[in-house]
Design a protein around this ligand. Sequence first.
Ligand SMILES: O=P(O)(O)O[C@H]1O[C@H](CO)[C@@H](O)[C@H]1O
Ligand SMILES: [Mn+2]
Ligand SMILES: [Mn+2]
Length: 405
Amino acid sequence: MPRAIVCLLDSVGIGGAPDATAYGDEGANTVGHIAEWAAAGKADRDGLRAGPLNVPNMDAMGLGAAVKLSTGNLPPNLSATPRGGRFGVGREVSKGKDTPSGHWEIAGVPVPFEWGYFPHEEPAFPPDLIAAFLERTGLPGILGDKHASGTDIIAELGAEHIRSGKPICYTSVDSVFQIAAHETHFGLDRLYEICRQVFELTAPLKIGRVIARPFVGETSESFKRTGNRRDFAISPPEPTLLDRNAAAGNQVFAIGKISDIYAGSGVTHKLKGTGIPQLFDKTLEAMEMAADRAFIMTNFVDFDSEYGHRRDVPGYAAALELFDRRLPEIIAAMRQDDLLILTADHGNDPTWPGTDHTREQVPILVFSPALPQGEIGIRQSFADIGETIAAWLGLAPGRHGKTFL
Ligand SMILES: O=P(O)(O)O[C@H]1O[C@H](CO)[C@@H](O)[C@H]1O
Ligand SMILES: [Mn+2]
Ligand SMILES: [Mn+2]
């Protein structure tokens, strides 16, 4: 009996989105540029990695071929000829180049509305929203109130935050209200509680997520974010693949950030994990526990949060290589009728200006022991992934997307 596993490599885009210009991202290509920089010796870091990008296992599943299909160019050290599975390219129809938009569409639900965004101005947040927030929480004020990178802003304002007790509030090009606060000086539960308050206040503005960004350390040089990030997210507007599989009485394993991204909806088993190795361990654990018709989905967030937003090319390359080294463990744990899909939710080209996501197409790399090698082309919506999995698991067809198997 079938099962399905999705490894979502957060932000591992492959360029070529036809609407990239509208986002200022024409030419962005996360995998392609990392491979180019690595081949040119520009992704070396002592003690971490060196030389051309080395991802033979993903490449065998069609990573190089997918980049070529997406952009017309084969990046250095990747191959145009996969050695197993089916490869293709996913094109997003939802307008946001953010995590929930990508994930919901992958689970069969393109986002039918425009998210609310905060302007690239200071203050970024509407004064009446902040006034209501301060009134509800009794806080003495906020710091930040602008677009920022989360690591930069804690270095800039962390000390003042500790002194004043004012939380650091910031946003980005995504539909987010983020709050950074110190885990002990401010308190983790208190941070979660004020996020909950903001989440209620921002719901009418269609803000996708309020994100708690706890950190530790005592000085600007040593402040460090912890794994206790928590996302308070709007619920998807229609039942996703997760809801549909759970409603059919099947297991749905949400690993890492997945449960938060779908607001917990349709999740029957939630497994926490931080970092690529632990997320792999949890995925393997879920594969051991999973019954027939189970759906397992893991979000590997580090590509995005640790390397993409930080514009860290060697770090991103090393993370891809680490993922690639462990991929055979998942393949070895697969049963004959398990389906594995590697894909991504958007791009985050670490060679691109700024620190935000980039509008890109994504790889769709499909593997099942029984499935012959082949190509699935450029899919016109990420929803084709969800629809294919739904069919694989024996669920009734959904409202969006077409199966590609
Ligand atoms: O710079 P950090 O705090 O990592 O923020 C990033 O993380 C947010 C959620 O993925 C994005 O919108 C981007 O702003
Ligand atoms: Mn993402
Ligand atoms: Mn991100």
